[in-house]
Design a protein around this ligand. Structure first.
Ligand code: GLC
Length: 570
């Protein structure tokens, strides 16, 4: 008996020794519907410069994030994605990484990061980091070595080419941030390739050493307890080695260069080999991969899930961010197409590169009600929502008015056609006090004007606020089986103004969601798919609902109705 205990003790010690620091994540069980943790969690994107500043230097930091974990837990967030917080010259505010295995001192230390992981775990919140595989900073030691001579062992880690005989760049490819993708380096007289700023040289993913080095960087963070990555700009990993010119399209881009059909430097098939390699590694740690996957047609998302579901678990559907206005038929059509793409939908309505949804969809009169309606839609559809910080309180864009105030180089270069992304990156609004409670110093960007009314403290005390609507809706995602696991069923198909759908679980219980996407009151008759619900209907959320009787509803402008029906839909 004693020997058995000793043996068990030795086994436990041996297992602990084999587990990497921070621990490979425990394999978590799938639920009855085959879902994993990331299917149910609400994700929350944090732009660390702007979330919470713990040391008064005007820039947010990791300790600031840690101090807000109670808030995030109360909101119902299950995972936070932190945009790059690694050492960086900050030309592209962190998307120019100069060391993948450390924390920028501006944001804190590795010890601060470890503390954040530990405390987040105690709040049931997972940490997702932002991985930038396409390019490094031009100050990364790999690039400094690579550019030092043509024979440097790291020369081939980046994409170097001779110019044309007349000294012009090797081909016509233009950067998404303006100008040629090629910059001439005087040391060796060759051009290097950068899809983004010149300070962001592209790595050469055809080089096996690059592949290995980058996967090792991911492993470094997995071992520290990270639950996954958001993968930046995955489409741009590979370029045509023959450097064929892209075909030109009519017109000029925002920077005055000809528009191009980017067939030779975007979405090359080799991208998928890398996704599969990254997925294999992620699976070792029960981790999730979220993709920055821009598509013109949502069916393209199929490619990113992988033929055998062996690539990204969460390719983001970014198309809703491009809908300039609300329209029930347009949204309905999009949702159907997304359902048909065959994977687990991932909804995004704003992020750090895109005008905030509050500003984009607001009509100046019903903005708060529109924010509540949009929240209900993307939180209750089948899929995982990724919120952007401040969306839950109705933060608005605060765009710079003068070129000299712009921080984002994209805005400085493209002004006034391209004003940059500062407007959607302003400080989180915690209170109606100085600097909206974000910092005791001078905030790196000015706080948006609506902070007096739209902030966490004020809205927290108002049961009818956008914030409390988010809290309620997020809680429903966990408490209602139909919302957790249920399939999507379209209702009232031809309606021009009201988007209505049901979610139905295997037991046949349903939740009905009806959203008025118009500025006038609408009467809706939920179509015959709903079987005589009246007696067995429980209203879960009603904001701007004038009357609800049996299957007839009258919704005020942008009204929201969510009800549970204890019966099968026909
Ligand atoms: C992604 C990021 C964006 C960044 C770019 C280059 O699109 O979201 O903020 O500027 O990649 O890394």
């Amino acid at each position: 008996m004693k020997n058995a205990w000793v043996l068990a003790g030795i086994l436990v010690i041996a297992m602990c020794a084999l587990t990497p620091k921070g621990g490979a994540q425990q394999k978590e069980k799938k639920d009855a519907a085959g879902h994993e943790w990331f299917n149910h969690a609400v994700f929350y994107e944090i732009y660390p410069r702007s979330f919470a500043d713990s040391n008064g230097d005007g820039v947010g930091d990791l300790r600031g994030i840690t101090s807000k974990l109670d808030y995030l837990q109360h909101l119902g967030v299950g995972a936070i994605w932190i945009t790059p917080c690694f050492p960086s010259p900050q030309v592209d505010f962190g998307y120019d990484v100069s060391d993948y295995e450390a924390i920028d001192p501006m944001y804190g230390t590795l010890a601060d990061f470890d503390e954040l992981v530990t405390k987040a775990k105690a709040h049931n919140i997972k940490i997702i980091l932002d991985f930038v595989p396409n390019h490094t900073s031009d100050q990364h030691k790999w690039f400094l070595e690579s550019k030092s001579s043509k024979t440097n062992p790291k020369r081939d880690w980046y994409f170097w080419r001779d110019g044309k005989p007349n000294g012009q760049p090797p081909n016509n490819w233009t950067s998404t941030f303006g100008g040629s993708t090629w910059t001439l380096d005087p040391t060796t007289g060759q051009y290097y390739y950068h899809y983004f700023y010149a300070q962001q040289p592209d790595l050469n993913w055809r080089n096996p050493e690059v592949r290995k080095a980058m996967l090792d960087c991911m492993r470094f963070w997995y071992k520290r307890g990270v639950a996954g990555f958001r993968l930046d700009a995955v489409d741009t990993l590979f370029e045509d080695p023959d450097l064929k010119d892209n075909p030109l399209l009519p017109g000029l881009d925002k920077f005055g260069f000809p528009n191009e059909h980017e067939i030779y430097n975007k979405k090359l098939p080799e991208v998928h080999d890398v996704m599969r390699d990254m997925r294999k590694l992620a699976d070792e740690y029960n981790a999730v991969l979220i993709g920055e996957t821009w598509t013109a047609n949502v069916s393209e998302l199929r490619d990113y899930y992988g033929e055998k579901n062996d690539e990204l678990q969460m390719p983001m559907d970014l198309m809703l961010t491009q809908f300039p206005k609300l329209s029930a038929p347009l949204f309905r059509e999009h949702i159907t197409a997304l359902e048909d793409a065959g994977g687990w939908p991932v909804f995004v309505i704003s992020n750090h590169d895109i005008v905030r949804s509050y500003t984009r969809w607001g009509d100046g009169k019903n903005n708060d009600q529109i924010a509540k309606m949009a929240a209900t839609m993307y939180m209750l559809l089948r899929g995982t929502p990724i919120m952007y910080y401040g969306e839950e309180i109705g933060m608005e864009n605060n765009d710079p008015k003068r070129r000299e105030d712009v921080q984002d180089p994209q805005g400085r270069r493209g002004w006034p056609k391209e004003i940059g992304r500062d407007g959607e990156r302003t400080p989180m609004q915690w209170s109606d006090g100085p600097n909206a409670g974000f910092t005791t110093g001078k905030p790196w960007l000015p706080v948006a004007p609506n902070f007096k009314t739209h902030n966490v403290a004020t809205e927290g005390a108002d049961p009818n606020s956008i914030l409390n609507l988010y809290r309620k809706i997020i809680a429903l995602r966990s408490s209602e089986p139909a919302l957790r696991e249920g399939k999507y069923i379209e209702l009232n198909g031809g309606d021009q103004n009201v988007l209505a759908f049901a979610r139905q679980d295997v037991g046949g219980n349903s939740v009905i969601v009806a959203l008025n996407m118009s500025a006038s009151a609408q009467s809706v008759k939920l179509d015959g798919k709903v079987a005589a619900p009246s007696a067995r209907t429980t209203i879960l959320v009603a904001v701007g609902v004038k009357a609800s009787e049996d299957r007839n509803l009258t919704l005020q402008p942008y009204g929201v109705y969510v009800a549970k029906v204890d019966s099968r839909l026909r």
